[in-house]
Design a protein around this ligand. Structure first.
Ligand code: PLP
Length: 386
C-alpha cells in the first residue's frame, strides 16, 4: 500500500489546496513596501467580505487561541465579569483564558450534544439589572461536539442587555453563515487552518465600533495583541510587527478561491457535506452526538462510536488511508468526529463514510457495507436536482 496518500478528515488543520501551498513559495518582500501594501489590501478586503463586515479585520500571527486572548485584553479590564456560554471543550478553554487574565467568569454550561439555549441566556441577562456582565462569550461552532449555535438569536438577546458579544468562529467562518454587521456581533475571531484552507499560524479578528470604543477604556495590560497599535498600522496597510508574509500569500490564494466559489457557494457546499455525512452515519445505524439534528454542524460531525473510537480510527488510518478525529476531554472514549470543512468536497465525505463503515466491519461491528455511501449519494443527487 502507498501509505503517504492519506485523506485528512479532521476538523483542522484541514487539507490545503495546491494553489495555497504554491503561493507560500513566493520570495520574501519588504513588509514596509508597496508589494506588501497591495497584498494587505486584497487580503483585508477578502476577509471583510467573509466576515460580512465593513469593519477592519485584523490579522495576527498566531493560533486561534491568540484570538481568544486578543478579544478579551482589548475590550475589558481586570475584575470585569463575563458570561461564558459553553457547549463543549473549546468553550471551557476560553474560560481558562478569561480566568488567567483576571476576569470574573459566570458560566452557563450546556451538556455535550446540546446547543446554547438563547432563552436561558436571556433569562440570565435579564436578571443582571446592574449590568455587571460586560461581555458574553460563545462558540459559533463547537468543534469538540459538532454543534452550531444560533448566533443570530443569541446576538438579539445580548443586544437587548448591552454586553459585548464575542464569537469564536474558528471552525465556523467560511463554512457556516455568520453576518458580523447584520447580526450585531461585537468581536468575531477565526483561525487560518480550518475553513480558510490555509496552514495554521494566523488568527483573524473583527471588532465592532462598540468593541473598539470599549477598548479605549479597557485597562487590561497588553502589547502583542494591542488593538491600538494594530489599528494604526492597519490604516497604513501594515502590521505593527513583521507579518507572516508566506501565510499572507497563502490566505490571498485561498480567499481568491472562496471568491470564485462565492461565500454563499462555500456555505452551500458545507451544508451539502454535512447532510451527506449525517445521512451516511445514520444509515450505518450510528447516532449523532447532537441531541437535535437541527443543531448538528455542517463543518464537523460528531458520532457516538459503537466500538472503542481509538480502534476505529486506527483501522481507518492505517488500513484505509483516512484520518478521522477523536473526541476531546470527557468525550474521548465515546465519540469520533468526521471533519468536513475547508478544501473538502462531497467525494471526500463519501470516502470518509466508506472508511468508517469498513473500519466498523473490520472490527467486528455489524454493518451493511455500502449503506452509508448510498444514503450520502441520495443526498448529493437530491442537491444536484435542486
Ligand atoms: N476555538 C475552536 C472552536 C476551535 O476549534 C479551536 C481549535 O481547534 C480553537 C478555538 C483553538 O484554536 P488553536 O488551536 O488554533 O489555538
Amino acid at each position: 500500500m502507498i501509505t503517504e496518500k492519506s485523506l485528512l478528515m479532521i476538523p483542522g488543520p484541514t487539507p490545503i489546496p495546491p494553489q495555497v501551498a504554491a503561493a507560500m513559495t513566493q520570495p520574501m518582500i519588504n513588509h514596509r513596501g508597496e508589494a506588501f501594501f497591495s497584498l494587505f489590501d486584497e487580503v483585508s478586503q477578502g476577509l471583510r467580505s467573509l466576515f460580512r463586515t465593513e469593519q477592519p479585520v485584523y490579522i495576527f500571527p498566531g493560533a486561534g487561541s491568540g484570538g481568544w486572548e486578543a478579544a478579551l485584553v482589548n475590550t475589558l479590564s481586570p475584575g470585569d465579569t463575563v458570561l461564558s456560554v459553553s457547549v463543549g471543550d473549546f468553550g471551557e478553554r476560553w474560560v481558562k483564558v478569561a480566568r488567567a487574565l483576571g476576569l470574573t467568569v459566570e458560566r452557563l454550561v450546556f451538556e455535550p450534544g446540546q446547543a446554547a439555549n438563547p432563552g436561558r441566556i436571556a433569562e440570565r441577562l435579564n436578571a443582571d439589572k446592574a449590568r455587571v456582565i460586560k461581555a458574553v462569550l460563545v462558540q459559533h461552532n463547537e468543534t469538540s461536539t459538532g454543534i452550531t449555535n444560533d448566533v443570530r438569536t443569541i446576538a438579539q438577546v445580548v443586544r437587548e442587555h448591552g454586553a459585548l458579544l464575542m464569537v469564536d468562529s474558528v471552525s465556523g467562518l467560511g463554512a457556516l453563515p455568520l453576518e458580523f454587521d447584520a447580526w450585531g456581533v461585537d468581536v468575531a475571531l477565526t483561525g487560518a487552518q480550518k475553513a480558510l484552507m490555509c496552514p495554521p499560524g494566523l488568527s483573524m479578528i473583527a471588532f465592532s465600533e462598540r468593541a473598539r470604543a470599549a477598548s479605549e477604556s479597557s485597562k487590561m495590560p497588553r502589547f502583542y495583541w494591542d488593538l491600538k497599535a494594530v489599528h494604526s498600522s492597519y490604516l497604513k496597510r501594515q502590521t505593527p510587527y513583521t507579518p507572516a508574509i508566506s501565510l499572507f500569500y497563502a490566505l490571498q490564494a485561498a480567499l481568491r478561491m472562496i471568491q470564485a466559489e462565492t461565500v454563499e457557494g462555500a456555505w452551500a457546499r458545507h451544508r451539502l457535506m454535512g447532510a451527506m455525512c449525517r445521512a451516511g452515519v445514520k444509515a450505518m445505524g450510528l447516532s449523532l452526538l447532537a441531541a437535535d439534528e437541527a443543531w448538528a454542524s455542517n463543518s464537523v460531525t460528531a458520532v457516538r462510536s459503537p466500538i472503542e473510537p481509538k480502534k476505529l480510527r486506527k483501522t481507518a488510518r492505517e488500513q484505509l488511508g483516512v484520518q478521522l478525529a477523536g473526541g476531546q476531554a470527557e468525550l474521548e472514549a465515546s465519540i469520533f468526529r468526521i471533519g468536513h470543512l475547508g478544501y473538502v468536497t462531497p467525494n471526500d465525505v463519501i470516502q470518509a463514510l466508506t472508511a468508517t463503515e469498513m473500519a466498523l466491519a473490520l472490527n467486528g461491528h455489524p454493518v451493511e457495507l455500502g449503506a452509508a455511501v448510498t444514503a450520502a449519494q441520495r443526498e448529493w443527487v437530491r442537491h444536484l436536482h435542486g
